[in-house]
Design a protein around this ligand. Structure first.
Ligand code: 5AD
Ligand code: SF4
Length: 475
């Protein structure tokens, strides 16, 4: 993440802040703010929003907690020991607080949402806790903690208000992320998200299009639409996710569109058709979390599809979008999972041949149904199953990588790398590519030859420039 200090170019948000009197505050007095971020892309986006808001009130983002007068831990509680992680990170800051009486420390994100005031009680060194729906209150929360050393909790869900947030990014990259909806109503029995992110709510279509247009003006070429379940997107004007993709492809100059995460039960033929129709813009990469390859497990997980229905979706997608690349999430050792049921998951992965699998050991989460299931699997067995799956996938990923050796690919160049003269970018199939090219080509789409293909990265040689970036558009 970029921690440079630039002015936020977002007049509407500035106007909102001015209306609330916050923009005139000199809360930060030019001192440092440090945010550490755990978890998913949604959290990364939320942290960027916090930094943008805090810059408006004169905090300066810093790379190191020692330089900060404000530290925020943006936590994640989707898997394993999240509260423990917060405790241990805060522990490291205790001494800093003794040295710097102005230092304020807070927790944001899903752990904050889940624990609320309990976190303040358990970790006395904390000054404030705020939830996933309270980010825009941050300047006010900070102002209160500085004014009176009062401890602040802001963790209410705003389920009644429309979900209207203009994207706040200090320096949009070639590839930017935009929230299109939040929350989740699916209540998979293992998942804490419906409890930490609240009910599903979508942004208005026109607001989104305008938002993305302004990112394009600031240099963005590729947008990733974010939501816990993007296929459930529904604007208050009635537009669904397919309509959003179509409008973006037709009515804006965006060059590439990605989205995550899709729910298999909601992935339909219409979406495949739209992806095919706007193939030049909608990327050939779909993350389609299966979670398990066994129908009974899927029912216990409340996933809303069977193994066969999932495989039908994969066939439908592959028939409609030839060359599309798939990835998935898998949970091993869900309560009650037998050896045979786990074998079904392995066979699903062998059958689909995903480019990439994100596999996790089941971990009981507060409030969730599965945490109360009696037949929990031992840690040793979960670890064993995880390793089996990782080994199976490693072979598949190596095999699939071979298909890239020597072929020509198209790459959108995104950024420099640590290696002198080397840039990085991605193919439409979301493959990370490294190649030698001048920095002036950042933002351009180039043709390149793959020199060496690894499972997670391609090394390539520049052939020619296919689409040039508009000069000077990047800030
Ligand atoms: N245990 C293990 N993995 C989980 N995930 C979500 N909840 C849990 C849990 N309780 C995984 C799912 C989901 C991904 C984001 O995290 O695979 O798709
Ligand atoms: Fe969690 Fe299921 Fe919602 Fe995904 S769809 S966020 S796994 S409840």
């Amino acid at each position: 993440m970029d921690h440079g200090s630039t002015q936020v170019n977002n007049h509407a948000n500035q106007a909102n802040l001015e209306a609330s009197g916050i923009a005139n505050m000199n809360l930060g007095q030019g001192e440092g703010v440090y945010i550490s971020t755990y978890g998913c892309q949604m959290n990364v986006n939320d942290s960027e929003r916090m930094l943008a808001l805090l810059e408006m009130v004169n905090f300066v983002p810093v790379e190191n907690p020692e330089q900060a007068s404000l530290i925020i831990i943006n936590s994640c509680s989707v898997r394993e020991k999240p509260v423990h992680k917060v405790h241990s990170e805060v522990g490291r800051y205790r001494e800093l607080k003794e040295k710097n009486p102005r230092l304020r420390i807070g927790v944001a994100g899903c752990v904050a949402q889940q624990e609320k005031q309990k976190l303040l009680k358990d970790v006395p060194v904390l000054d404030f806790v705020f939830g996933t729906d309270s980010i825009d209150q941050l300047p006010d929360i900070i102002s209160r903690t500085y004014a009176s050393k009062e401890k602040v909790v802001a963790a209410r869900f705003e389920n009644e208000k429309p979900y209207s947030v203009e994207t706040l990014i200090r320096r949009p990259g070639v590839a930017s992320f935009v929230n299109i909806m939040k929350g989740c109503d699916n209540f998979c029995t293992f998942c804490v998200v419906p409890f930490t992110r609240g009910r599903e709510r979508s942004r208005n279509l026109q607001e989104l299009i305008n938002d993305i247009r302004s990112l394009i003006k600031r240099g963005t070429k590729e947008v990733t639409l974010l939501g816990q379940n993007v296929n459930s997107y529904r604007s208050d004007c009635g537009a669904d996710f397919a309509k959003l993709l179509q409008t973006l492809a037709e009515d804006t100059d965006i060059q590439r569109i990605r989205y995550t995460t899709s729910h298999p039960k909601d992935f339909n033929q219409e979406l495949v058709d739209i992806s095919q129709k706007y193939r030049s813009k909608i990327c050939d990469y779909i993350h389609l979390p299966a979670q398990s390859g066994n129908t009974e497990m899927l029912a216990r997980m409340n996933r809303g599809y069977t193994r066969e229905e999932y495989l039908d979706k994969v066939r439908m997608i592959r028939a409609g979008i030839p060359g599309v690349v798939l990835s998935t999430d898998i949970i091993v050792g869900f309560p009650g999972e037998t050896e045979e049921q786990f074998a079904d998951t392995v066979s699903l992965c062998e059958k689909v041949r995903y480019d990439n699998i994100y596999s996790f050991k089941y971990s009981p989460r507060p409030f969730t149904k599965a945490a109360r299931f009696a037949d929990q699997i031992s840690e040793v067995e979960k670890q064993r199953r995880l390793q089996v799956l990782i080994d199976v996938q490693r072979e598949i990923s190596f095999d699939l990588a071979k298909e890239y050796d020597g072929i020509e690919i198209e790459v959108l160049l995104e950024a420099t790398t640590d290696t002198e003269g080397q840039l990085q970018g991605r193919t439409t199939q979301n493959k990370l590519v490294f190649l030698q090219a001048p920095e002036s080509l950042i933002g351009a789409t180039v043709a390149a030859n793959v020199v060496k293909a690894y499972p997670s990265v391609l090394r390539a040689e520049l052939v020619s420039v296919v689409g040039q970036q508009s000069p000077g558009s990047l800030q």
